[in-house]
Write a protein that binds this ligand. Structure first.
Ligand code: ADP
Ligand code: MG
Length: 239
């Protein structure tokens, strides 16, 4: 079963800029999948469409078989997202950020409270539960967004450059956490521009550039090809 299936997806923004052109993508349930690409490649646009924050121009998207156009609520309920940029009410205390999201997805209040405590403890934020979001460090904010993304127990979690700009210690803690939720059966899609991150975490990956999927592969094959290519380039390099 596919966790995510994307067919001939295109996006042209209102200013006429085309950010995605005919993107096809399949991510199997249970996979840890990386979408690797440079800045401006179209990663966040793709994720925006999949999570209903950005309107597509054409194409189709299914989440666990639920078409985003035909069954938007079922599709949305299956996804948790850690966006690259988060610009909502920074005066909300940590615990409320998580509980509001639970409310949005209809998780009963009592159940939401116990899940929130578990998640915030795991992400080392429980002591900060009454702290307003604006007072958190960058790494804490990102961990909070992870707790928020997981509160309704989605089967697919999408993280858009979650480790950009966080220090190495927190990056490794976040890698461990992502591995753990994947091991529990949650499908993970991670965007990154760090090849080493994809290499260390993922089973499959796609490379996106200029709004097109350039390659899709399992990690071992792709790294083999990249190394070969580097090798060939080295051979060709002028002395
Ligand atoms: P990535 O996440 O891979 O860095 P994005 O999806 O954010 O790439 O952006 C892809 C391209 O679309 C970039 O050239 C970006 O400038 C452009 N873009 C993103 N959002 C908008 C928008 N709202 N209007 C116009 N162009 C946009
Ligand atoms: Mg982006």
């Amino acid at each position: 079963m596919s966790a995510l299936s994307v067919q001939t997806l295109s996006k042209t923004y209102a200013n006429g800029f085309t950010a995605l052109t005919g993107v096809d993508l399949e991510v199997e349930a249970g996979d840890f999948f990386a979408l690797l690409g440079p800045n401006g490649a179209g990663k966040s646009t793709l994720i925006g469409i999949v999570t209903s924050l950005v309107r597509k121009s054409s194409g189709r998207v299914q989440i666990f078989g639920h078409d985003l156009d035909d069954e938007p609520e079922a599709a949305r309920a299956s996804i948790g997202v850690v966006p690259q940029e988060f610009n909502f009410n920074l005066f909300l205390p940590v615990i409320e950020v998580v509980l509001n999201q639970a409310g949005y997805f209809g998780v009963p209040r009592q159940e939401a409270r116990s899940r929130a405590e578990l998640l915030l403890r795991k992400l080392d934020l429980w002591e900060r539960r009454h702290t307003e979001m604006r007072l958190l460090s960058g790494g804490m904010k990102r961990r909070l967004m992870i707790a928020r993304a997981l509160i309704h127990r989605p089967r697919l979690v999408i993280l858009d450059e979650p480790t950009a700009g966080v220090d190495i210690e927190i990056r490794h803690a976040m890698w461990g956490f992502m591995r753990e939720i994947n091991a529990e059966g949650t499908t993970i899609i991670l965007t990154t521009h760090y090849l080493e991150e994809a290499e260390s975490l993922c089973r499959h990956l796609a490379i996106i550039d200029q709004g097109r999927i350039q390659a899709r592969s399992d990690i071992a094959t792709l790294l083999g090809e990249l190394h070969t290519e580097t090798f060939v380039l080295n051979l060709k390099a002028p002395a």
